[in-house]
Design a protein around this ligand. Structure first.
Ligand code: IMP
Ligand code: MG
Length: 225
């Protein structure tokens, strides 16, 4: 019997084994950091203490938020401004639950480095590309913690004279607030725990989890200054 021929397959397998395209087609930068880590789902969930919000719970609440936004903004073509990077997953789901015309843009602001504590210094790295003047702007944020990031962003956006300016946050930690700031739409109020998943990261990891989980304290405490 003839062995089965794996036409084209062996090159693919070889490419997978070597972690990408065949070596001959890769243009290597000399200083690419090596991000390889132990593989498998355990590598993603091993540092989680507990799932706080399941994927189903989140989806149900996002549908409710979308319906509320749709009701309030009908005929206004709101401009949804996502705060990078944490809001991208939430924004992508929320958008599809708002069945009226909307536009989308992004801003970037950071108060966190790799640690779980706010540095208190907010960097605004990106202004919205779409002119917000006279627009009904809805800022979409992953989580409001101290509120410092959002209040700085809102000040910046307000200076461009939008017709209205509101906030939709997936998560809110009201006990941590350092400035007087209330979101107009909130998915879930949560206790003072550091959470990851559904867009939220710790040191850039965990954004791809479909649920929100509490990170084990020892993970971020050992890296805190
Ligand atoms: P704030 O300026 O203290 O309100 O921080 C807001 C930003 O910090 C959020 O947009 C998140 O990016 C990040 N952040 C705050 N709390 C958490 C958390 O529990 N997990 C992940 N990121 C968080
Ligand atoms: Mg954020």
């Amino acid at each position: 019997m003839q062995p089965k021929r794996d036409v084209g397959g062996s090159a693919k397998k070889q490419a997978l084994r070597s972690g990408g395209e065949p070596a001959s087609r890769i243009h290597r930068a000399s200083s690419v950091p090596d991000r390889r880590a132990p593989g498998g789902p355990e590598a993603l969930t091993g540092e989680l203490a507990q799932i706080l919000l399941s994927a189903d719970q989140i989806q149900a609440r996002v549908a409710e938020l979308g319906a509320a936004v749709r009701r309030d903004y009908d005929g206004l073509c709101p401009l949804l401004v996502g705060v990078l990077k944490g809001s991208v997953v939430f924004l992508a789901d929320l958008l599809r639950r708002i069945d009226i015309p909307v536009e989308v843009d992004f801003v970037a602001a950071e108060s966190y480095g790799s640690s779980a504590q706010s540095s208190g210094t907010i960097r605004v790295r990106l202004e919205p590309a779409i002119d917000v003047a006279d627009r009904h702007v809805l800022v979409v944020e992953d989580i409001v913690d101290t509120g410092l990031t959002l209040s700085k962003l809102l000040d910046r956006l307000r200076s461009h004279k939008p017709a209205s300016l509101r906030v939709c946050a997936l998560l809110d930690k009201p006990t941590r607030r350092k400035v007087d700031l209330q979101s107009d739409y909130v998915g879930f109020e949560i206790a003072d725990e550091f959470v990851v998943g559904y867009g939220l990261d710790y040191a850039e990891k965990y954004r791809n989890l479909p649920f929100v989980a509490i990170l084990k304290r020892e993970v971020y405490e050992q890296h805190s200054p």
